[in-house]
Design a protein around this ligand. Structure first.
Ligand code: SF4
Ligand code: SF4
Length: 393
């Protein structure tokens, strides 16, 4: 039978940052939370994710005796800043579909166990962060993320991967606790734009921007559009502001070439107009929580993010979306975004559409015109060449 040391050495050799061991006992504290907060987490079961079932390792492997938790550190190389502003970092190099990175290494690890007579399962519904804390790999922030004890600069930029096995190993001392410094005035809670963190370690998942970007229903409500900011898929804000992450984020690191190579496909101007073929070939293999039936949500998220940049360069793309997209949720958001950017060109575009639209799109066009920042309009009109008068003389 393999020793813990041999298993750890193999995992590190395969590129995992850290390894911990815990028992296969059920995660009862997680069971209690899920039971107590059915209202917040009930949607997961309807969506095919049985979180309660994942709290008992023996549901995945009846002979389970231990859980080996591998820790993947995903901010070892630098991502293009343009991507970091729109996508959660954990999704930028996600290979669960392409299986050419971490997933491949996980497969090799399991193959190594198998050759030594150890059966394993990696259920997607296991409580990953709690498993890691129970295996002594880190503790929690009040934002609910796991903060590594020994690697990744003690930061939260790690993904725990619980591997349930039928071999028995001595568990490591658990570290299930909140490890935030006293002096931090709950920066993560204050910074969450949608008040999804209701209090220390109390997340309301349906208010989280990550959930809203990939599972939000219908046209994003007006009161969430500005708070959701530039995020298109996921959100890192409560980790970005955390002082426990500052040191690791300040490190100089080499660029992640894999992610840089695909960055062009994730430009907002591509996303707002991508068709099914582009989506399936370029986007879905990397970010797959939405299917091709949800293309409208990608378009809508890109339009909302464009509006929140308040950058004139997106006006042509938004005007095209308002004119050509066949989904009224996208056209409605494009109207909102044009209004948010403001200026003469955006106003003219909206005025033109006011006459030909109806329903929700017309409502959004009218609202965008009514709420367009007046100062921005005047500033544009005062620019030389815009209205035929040169005020610089
Ligand atoms: S990921 Fe974003 S929206 Fe979700 S809790 Fe953190 S800051 Fe709030
Ligand atoms: S921001 Fe402060 S309270 Fe929130 S996780 Fe970081 S250290 Fe803890």
């Amino acid at each position: 039978m393999l020793t813990k040391r041999e298993i750890t050495e193999k995992a590190l050799e395969l590129g995992f940052a850290d390894v911990g061991f815990t028992t296969a006992e059920p995660f009862t504290s997680q069971q209690e939370i899920l039971e107590e907060r059915k209202e917040s987490y009930g949607w997961t079961l309807a969506g095919g994710l049985d979180l309660a079932g994942g709290t008992d390792p023996r549901n995945a492997l009846p002979e389970a005796k231990s859980v080996i938790v591998l820790l993947e550190s995903y901010l070892e190389k630098a991502y293009p800043p343009a991507l970091e502003g729109h996508f959660g970092r954990c999704y930028l190099d996600d290979d669960r579909v392409t299986k050419d990175g971490m997933t491949k290494r996980l497969g090799l690890f399991r193959e190594f166990l198998k050759q030594e007579g150890i059966a394993s399962r990696v259920p997607f519904n296991a409580p990953q962060r709690l498993a890691a804390a129970r295996a002594g790999l880190g503790d929690f922030g009040k934002n609910n993320f796991l903060y590594a004890h020994r690697v990744a600069g003690h930061s939260s930029w790690v993904v725990p991967l619980p591997v349930i096995v039928d071999g028995e190993f001595t568990p490591d001392p658990p570290s299930v606790a909140v490890g935030c410094p006293e002096w931090c005035r709950n920066a993560c809670i204050a910074a969450c734009p949608t008040q999804a963190i209701r209090g220390p370690n109390r997340l309301e998942p349906k208010r989280c921007i990550a959930f809203l970007t990939y599972f939000g229903r219908g046209l994003t409500p007006p009161e969430l559009r500005e708070p959701m900011g530039l995020w298109v898929y996921g959100c890192d804000r409560c980790q970005n502001v955390c002082p426990r992450n500052t040191s690791w984020m300040a490190q100089e690191r080499p660029i992640n070439e894999r992610v840089t190579a695909k960055a062009g496909s994730f430009d907002l101007s591509c996303l707002i107009k991508m068709d099914r073929e582009f989506f399936l070939n370029r986007v879905w293999p990397h970010m797959f929580y939405m299917s091709d039936k949800d293309l409208w949500r990608w378009h809508m998220n890109a339009a909302r993010a464009m509006g929140n940049t308040r950058d004139d360069r997106y006006i042509p793309a938004l005007a095209s979306a308002l004119r050509e997209n066949t989904d009224e949720r996208v056209r409605a958001m494009a109207a909102w975004a044009l209004g948010r950017i403001g200026g003469v060109t955006a106003r003219k575009t909206l005025e033109m559409h006011l006459l030909k639209e109806d329903g929700v799109v017309k409502t959004e066009v009218r609202s965008a015109l009514d709420n367009m920042p007046q100062a921005r309009l005047e500033e544009k009109q005062a620019l030389p060449g815009i209205n035929g008068q040169d005020h610089s003389k």
